[in-house]
Design a protein around this ligand. Structure first.
Ligand code: PMV
Length: 323
């Protein structure tokens, strides 16, 4: 028996970082999927695709090739998403194969999709029926354990699909599905220079250093509230302005590197109604709202995007099959 799960990635339209502190965020589940195949096997083994290793650190001697510390650290973190999912669903002796069109750590929720897909595929293999909410909850546990601190945003977007509103109200996360007219998004993927966990910690350090950063985070919450209205009313001009405002706040938090700053500017010059960083930052992804996606996509390529996607409709969440 084999199982296959397709878990979508996501783009954050509003509220990355501020969502970690309970402020509202809007996330769009992308119809770009991580595929997880699982089958019973004598030994537990993992076959995996892109793990976003910028450089591979190898130590050579006469008789052996050893994996160096930096590569080991990165790979271990990535494999931890799969290992923790295995521990949670409690499966032994399984072969897991992961195929992803995007590298992990691209700022598009690939690690959350790996957790969601692995949990869904393993549960199906074990004959356990988990609904999408339960998959989202388990995958969030995995993210929190690997990352140290994480909002339920990425795992909810991958498991549930759609366009979601997330907000913490009196210690409870409220997750709502938003309805919007067809939206034209252009997404550019750039090299990420730090991990999400490091960036979340950098922001936490700033918040401790000065109250002014807490004000920035609060304003991000206000921007997301305005954005919800603009999105539901189909007011693309205002939504674009709000994306630009959200990007300025992310710059204020110090998570926008030069490459992303340039890409956001290039998208706007090419006619985007708004453009911003998506995800934790220091590279990663740029999301732009455009009436005409073609010149915006071309501009993102010119400034070095490795991949560019044009997206109109969100995914419907994780799908799983047994065969
Ligand atoms: O860059 P990504 O896709 O890992 O997104 C991280 C989003 C944060 O808000 C920075 C962290 C979180 O857990 O919500």
């Amino acid at each position: 028996m084999k199982s296959r799960a397709r878990a979508p990635t996501k783009v954050t339209l509003f509220g990355e970082h501020s969502v970690v502190y309970g402020f509202p965020a809007i996330v769009f589940s992308l119809p770009i999927y991580v595929e997880v195949n699982a089958e019973k096997h004598g030994k537990t083994s993992i076959l995996t695709g892109p793990a976003n290793l910028r450089t591979v650190d190898l130590v050579l001697s006469d008789n052996s090739i050893e994996v160096g510390e930096s590569t080991k650290k990165y790979l271990l973190r990535y494999i931890s998403y799969i290992k923790k999912s295995l521990e949670l669903v409690k499966v032994e002796g399984v072969k897991i194969e992961i195929k992803s069109p995007l590298p992990v750590g691209a700022g598009l929720g690939t690690s959350a999709a790996v957790a969601v897909g692995t949990i869904a595929a393993l549960a199906a293999l074990k004959g356990i029926e988990l609904d999408k909410e339960e998959i989202a909850k388990k995958a969030w546990t995995v993210e929190k354990e690997v990352q140290g601190r994480a909002s339920p945003m990425d795992t909810a977007a991958s498991a549930l699909g759609g366009i979601l509103w997330l907000e913490r109200v009196e210690d409870e996360w409220r997750i709502e599905r938003l309805t919007a007219l067809e939206i034209k998004l252009v997404i550019g993927v750039f090299e990420k220079q730090k991990t999400t966990a490091e960036l979340v910690q950098d922001v936490a350090a700033r918040l401790e250093r000065s109250y002014i950063y807490k004000e920035v985070i609060k304003v991000m919450g206000d921007i997301a509230r305005e954005a919800r209205k603009a999105l539901e009313n189909g007011d693309w001009t205002y939504l674009g302005e709000l994306m630009n405002l959200n990007h300025s706040m992310l710059e204020a938090l110090g998570v926008v590197n030069k490459e992303i700053a340039l890409a956001v500017h290039a998208a706007r010059v090419a006619g985007a109604l708004g453009a911003k960083l998506s995800g934790a930052g220091s590279g990663g992804a740029v999301v732009a709202l455009a009436d005409d996606p073609t010149p915006v996509a071309a501009a993102l390529k010119v400034v070095g995007a490795k991949d560019v996607f044009v997206v109109n409709k969100p995914s419907r969440g994780v799908e799983v099959n047994i065969f």
